[in-house]
Design a protein around this ligand. Structure first.
Ligand code: NIG
Ligand code: FE
Length: 392
């Protein structure tokens, strides 16, 4: 994670939307004359830097309405779980979403996506989970499908029916699990609406047993797990995720020795969401322990209305440096190449590699890449290219 290859004073050639080749300017005249005499369009980026676009592997950007009233409750001292128990939190977002039509949801999600792209995100995973009924979960996933159709950036979709227990199932938990397993998963799979299945496996939300049941059912329909785990407690979420072959387990504020060992024996990517820990005033996940144990840590924004109302990956990376003591090289790798594995776009995204999509950020003129993280809160982006086309 500490190896971040840098080429100074370089040229970069893109062809048909893909990275083709690069080299040092010292060699440019010779290469240009012999190989690249046909270059159609050139741009001088002197003083600026290029880095691969971020892969934001964990977001909830399809939602209806913000929750700034809860923000005030939190300031006054209520915990995330207390707010959730009072019918706030996820259930509050579900109520709003159920009353919002597909077109409005799409329009708002597209706006959020445009803003994220302008801040350097070039691949994104988007979850359902504010529907909590068959019809509303499908409505959310159709919005994601439309986003996939209308945007050139790579988008993965995740079914998160088990995000919170709907009030009407409070005394009948198995009833909702059955609804997910017997109705939602089969229909969502049949319509090809999801790539992954998620469960919020944590204290006060879904148990290990419930998570296991849901993930096994999803796997029969080809939906691989990518789950919320160990945000609020040592929930067993990491273990049950790994047991079911999760692509990633996300949050991980509560990660001890046992969890580290389980992760080390797996191919599951630990994904940390420091802007959520920041916003909810949680203690941060032990990123240093993970990295020193040899795990490929990944970072994502968790953009959602309740616990991380921002898709700014530059801020996420700065927080990872400041609060989790990750080094600049580590956070850049975590938000790009490692994150591409956490959402299975590593063949096409996540690094400047010949043959991968030419989705990259041109920074402002900066003294060094460390400056990007040091100047926290402000994306130092001059231009963004997606598949070789300037989009922002
Ligand atoms: O990733 N932890 C669970 N779900 C979201 C929060 C969703 C919400 O509060 O609306 C998260 O933090
Ligand atoms: Fe989340």
């Amino acid at each position: 994670m500490q190896s971040l290859p840098v080429l100074e004073n370089a040229w970069l050639v893109i062809e048909n939307g893909l990275f083709k080749e690069w080299g040092s300017m010292e060699d440019f005249e010779r290469i240009y004359a012999s190989t690249y005499g046909y270059i159609a369009q050139a741009e001088d980026l002197q003083g600026k830097s290029i880095l691969p676009c971020f892969c934001d592997s964990h977001t909830h950007i399809v939602y209806a309405g913000s929750r700034e009233n809860e923000f005030v409750y939190k300031i006054k001292g209520m915990s995330y779980e207390e707010i959730a128990q009072k019918g706030g939190g996820i259930l509050n977002s579900a109520k709003k979403l159920q009353d919002t039509n597909e077109e409005d949801l799409y329009e708002n999600a597209q706006k959020r996506l445009n803003e994220m792209i302008s801040m350097g995100t070039g691949a994104i995973e988007i979850k359902s989970g504010y529907g909590l009924t068959l019809a509303d979960e499908i409505k959310m996933l159709r919005v994601v499908k439309k986003l996939k159709q209308n945007n050139s950036i790579r988008i993965k979709s995740t079914f998160l029916g088990a995000h919170a227990m709907p009030l009407q199932f409070k005394e009948n938990r198995n009833g909702y699990i059955e609804e997910i397993v017997k109705k939602m998963i089969p229909q969502i799979a049949e319509e090809g609406l999801a790539d992954y299945c998620d469960v919020f496996c944590d204290k006060g939300f879904f148990t290990v047993e419930e998570t296991d049941t849901i993930l096994q059912a999803a796997s029969k329909f080809g939906l691989k797990p990518k789950i919320h785990a160990n945000e609020l407690d040592y929930s067993g979420g990491i273990q049950v995720g790994v047991k079911n072959g999760a692509i990633s387990v996300d949050h991980l504020e509560f990660t001890g020795k046992e969890e580290l060992e389980v992760l080390l024996k797996s191919d599951t990517i630990p994904t940390l969401l420091p802007s959520t820990a920041f916003f909810l005033r949680l203690h941060y996940p032990p990123a240093r322990n993970m990295i020193e144990a040899g795990l490929p840590v990944s970072l994502a924004s968790d953009y959602n209305p309740g616990s991380s109302p921002s898709g700014n990956m530059f801020f996420v990376m700065s927080l990872a440096c400041i609060q989790m003591k990750m080094l600049p090289e580590e956070v850049i790798n975590a938000a790009t190449v490692n994150a591409s594995y956490a959402m299975e776009v590593n063949d096409t995204n996540g690094s400047i590699t010949p043959g991968k999509e030419a989705s990259f950020i041109v920074t402002e003129k900066i003294p060094s890449y460390t400056y990007l993280l040091y100047s926290f809160g402000r994306p130092c982006v001059d231009q963004v290219y997606i598949k070789g086309k300037k989009v922002s």
